[in-house]
Design a protein around this ligand. Sequence first.
Ligand code: PRP
Ligand code: URA
Length: 207
Amino acid sequence: MLHVLDHPLITHKLTIMRDKNTGTKDFRELLYEISMLMAYEITRDLPLEDVEIETPICKTTGRMISGKKLAVVPILRAGLGMADGFLKIAPAAKVGHIGLYRDHETAKPVLYYYKMPEDISERLVIVTDPMLATGGSAADALTMLKKNGCKNIRLMCLVGAPEGAKLLEELHPDVDIYIAAMDDHLNERKYIVPGLGDAGDRIFGTL
Ligand code: PRP
Ligand code: URA
């Protein structure tokens, strides 16, 4: 299922990120802030359990997060920019990494790194990648995680194209997608229109 998180704070910050005059420092900070806001929504349905505590006044029953532990899995490089914000909200989460780059000729993803925490299959996994263009990178990442035994996966993106959302709906209908904006289409180079350009280059200043 596709969840568009178009809260005014998120949409406002995303508009500044889209502006070509926004530099690396601001771009990275805004992505961090948006990721924290999105993490709040993505974790909204985590189960709680009763715990007994004592306040300075009396004994009472509080509620804390129970059940499955979290893992965040950025798709390198650009996904790193979203993982930091998520980890600020969920600092006990473990971190896996999937290195994929899009071949410039074919726009197909090429794998160069894969490293997961040992107990990844027992965790609720949040895959992060700001851009969902053709959907090829996200689809490959989700396939690898499922081969690794992961059953509970969510995808956190910033900007998507209908083409990418359609591919994931076909290949991974069980994975909920959380995204700040669905844009119009892909151009002839498979870049999102209007989009924000190359997310990795804008985060790391490699333009
Ligand atoms: C970008 C982006 C996604 C991918 C999206 O990565 O971060 O991973 O492209 O495109 P897709 O949906 O068509 O697969 P890129 O290949 O530019 O690598 P980078 O993050 O290292 O810059
Ligand atoms: N990757 C990006 O960084 N931007 C796009 O628009 C498409 C793929």
